[in-house]
Design a protein around this ligand. Structure first.
Ligand code: ARG
Length: 251
């Protein structure tokens, strides 16, 4: 038993120190493997077999610019960075806020959009950080929403859900007093629910980036160059306008 455990640990270590595919390997193969969640509208959405969303379109655009085909992989949000460190794909685009904690595990591209975490509640519910005192809040697990809601003084029960859409559903079902999520996602929810929910205050701002395995600087350089081009040649602005009616780049 002990031996098996040791062998497993050794294997895990081996896997995590294995080499990620370098830019040259990727270029040679002609295909880049990109991972996302597929349950975070309007950024990454999997409907049946069709993957859409601002980040999906943006990543496809960047890959095309790099002369690569794309192979998409979808994973639960909480597994995405772990799979990256196991070399299961080349990079992740799934609305990860660039945080010091995550920067210990992976390397981030230049930000591909800027946003914030906002409170959404039913009319009459808590709309400010102060009002969250004693209130129950739904958030997606493993996110910056969880991290930031936990810091709100006196906050009541913080309920975590595997998917952001489940956290929203908990609010709609009246099982929590508020949901904290992305401000753009929140605006879409308010629109879709026609007056049944309202958006409150922003709790924090964040810069969102793509993640590569730590040390994969060749790939990071190419991704950043492709993003810079998209930002300067109008293709980013066009895409952003389609999804948000505004340009969501960081300024
Ligand atoms: N921006 C938040 C974070 O950095 C949420 C990301 C959630 N992404 C997703 N694909 N569900 O944690």
């Amino acid at each position: 038993m002990k031996k098996t455990l040791l062998a497993l640990t050794a294997l895990a270590l081996l896997a995590s120190t294995a080499q990620a595919r370098s830019w040259d390997d990727i270029k040679k193969s002609g295909t880049i493997k990109i991972a996302t969640e597929g349950a975070f509208p309007p950024f990454n959405v999997l409907k049946g077999k069709v993957l859409t969303g601002f980040e999906v379109d943006l990543a496809n655009q960047l890959a095309a610019q790099l002369g690569l085909k794309v192979q998409w992989v979808t994973q639960p949000f909480d597994n995405l960075l772990i799979g990256l460190n196991q070399d299961r794909y080349d990079f992740v685009i799934a609305s990860h806020g660039i945080t010091p904690e995550r920067q210990k595990a992976v390397d981030f591209s230049s930000p591909h959009y800027c946003t914030g975490g906002a409170i959404v509640t039913k009319p009459g519910g808590p709309t400010t950080a102060a009002a969250l005192s004693g209130k129950s809040v739904a958030v997606q697990v493993g996110t910056t929403y969880l991290e930031n809601v936990r810091k709100v003084p006196g906050v009541g029960d913080v309920k975590t859900f595997p998917k952001d859409t489940d956290a929203q559903a908990a609010l709609m079902a009246g099982r929590v007093d508020a949901w904290v999520g992305d401000k753009f996602t929140g605006l879409d929810l308010v629109k879709a629910q026609k007056g049944k929910v309202v958006q409150g205050a922003l709790l924090f701002n964040e810069r969102i980036g793509m993640a590569v395995k730590k040390g994969n600087s060749g790939l990071l350089k190419e991704l950043n160059a492709a993003l810079t081009k998209s930002l300067s040649d109008g293709s980013y602005a066009k895409l952003s306008g389609q999804y948000f009616g505004t340009d969501v780049r960081c300024r």
